[in-house]
Ligand binder design. Structure first.
Ligand code: ACO
Length: 333
């Protein structure tokens, strides 16, 4: 059984309702039909009758809920919630209505916020920024968390490193401005994601181009400071660094460069020192090692919302919906 099949089983055990707010993309319907066929989630697609008729006409949508954003009986409730949530920003009911009708991602987030859905997957035809901004504005972070970040679950074929070739990579998607505090928070959140999605004891490596002080620069100090902060935040977790990538994952190099480290040579969770490094890093592994890259899965949000790559296939949507459903199950516990 492959990694994603195990996630399907978990999603199936307690079915959640996931919203797909991109009716203008055929991959939405292709994925929705597969998801319902696999019985891993209930699906709601947001779209007007015209959009559904134009783009979804070749698909059997019998078991899929269609939410018409212009004539939905719940719409006033969502407008009121939008105005309440954005009161400090001075959003009026007219502005809320206009925004929800123009950008269905807002509509989808409000469905979740009002308890009518459990999670959202979008981004097949929207940029990451446009996909996650509504969630940041309306759903906000979990209590005690200051920034949302995004991880990829990497499944590397024929690989003895990490958790038999499985890794968490973060932050690969969200924070263009990094500092020690943020990096420490990402490390702790990613450890939690490792437990949730790999079912393994997290061994978190804070990556750099230096191992344990072998180089000195502000960039290295930022990572070393983040290690200290992360250990203070979560003293029970195995978090270490700063480590170079080879020292983090390869036992021989790890023992040579960072003897005694509980993480060096055994890392299954890799924290990159910048968004640039994380984003380039996951794409390198995906392309050159032919790895499956599931995500970006957002961590730290109060409710599960996840982003797709615009180059995604319908099967990628199916996989991310299953992961979103698992996050939604956990959010209810
Ligand atoms: N965590 C929590 N809240 C946040 C975060 C964060 N990391 N970043 C911004 N916010 C909040 C802000 O506080 C603000 O809240 P407010 O409106 O209540 O005051 C709201 O989100 C909007 O913030 P802005 O700074 O106005 O929005 P911005 O346009 O900067 O959007 C975004 C934030 C979308 C995350 C931006 O930083 C971004 O585009 N990041 C990079 C995304 C990207 O391109 N990733 C690479 C591609 S992904 C891939 O390849 C799969």
């Amino acid at each position: 059984m492959g990694y994603i099949d195990k996630i399907f089983e978990r999603a199936r055990a307690d079915k959640q309702t996931i919203v797909l707010p991109e009716p203008m993309d055929r991959r939405t319907y292709e994925a929705a039909v597969k998801i319902v066929g696999l019985d891993i989630a209930n699906i709601a697609i947001i779209g007007t009758p015209e959009e559904i008729a134009e783009y979804g006409k070749d698909f059997d949508l019998t078991d899929i809920t269609i939410v018409d954003p212009l004539n939905d009986p719940n719409k006033q409730k969502y407008i009121d919630k939008f105005v309440e949530l954005r009161a400090k920003k001075g959003v009026t009911p007219e502005q809320a209505k206009e925004q929800m009708e123009k950008d269905y991602m807002y509509y989808a987030c409000l469905m979740c916020k009002c308890g009518d859905a459990d999670g959202v997957v979008s981004g097949a035809c929207h940029s990451t920024g446009n996909t996650i901004r509504p969630a940041l504005q309306l759903l906000k972070t979990k209590p005690g968390i200051s920034s949302v970040s995004g991880f990829f679950l990497m499944e590397v074929p024929d690989c003895e490193y990490g958790e038999n070739g499985l890794f968490i990579f973060a932050d690969c998607a969200v924070n263009p401005d990094m500092d020690s505090e943020k990096l420490a928070e990402i490390a702790v959140l990613s450890a939690e994601s490792c437990k949730t999605f790999l079912g393994a004891e997290p061994r978190v490596a804070m990556l750099s181009y230096s191992t344990m002080g072998s180089a000195s620069h502000d960039d290295v100090t930022m990572v070393a400071d983040a290690v200290k902060l992360a250990k203070e935040k979560a003293p029970d977790l195995y978090i270490d660094g700063e480590l170079q990538l080879d020292a983090a994952i390869d036992e021989t190099v790890g023992q040579r460069k960072a003897p005694g480290s509980p993480v060096a040579g055994k890392a299954n969770t890799l924290i990159f020192p910048s968004l640039a490094a994380g984003n380039i890093g996951y794409k390198l592994v995906q392309r050159l090692a032919k790895a499956n890259a599931y995500g970006p899965v957002l961590q730290g949000l109060s409710l599960p919302v996840n982003d797709l790559s615009r180059g995604c296939f319908a099967d990628d949507i199916v996989g991310l919906v299953a992961m979103t459903a698992v996050q939604a199950q956990l959010a209810k516990q």
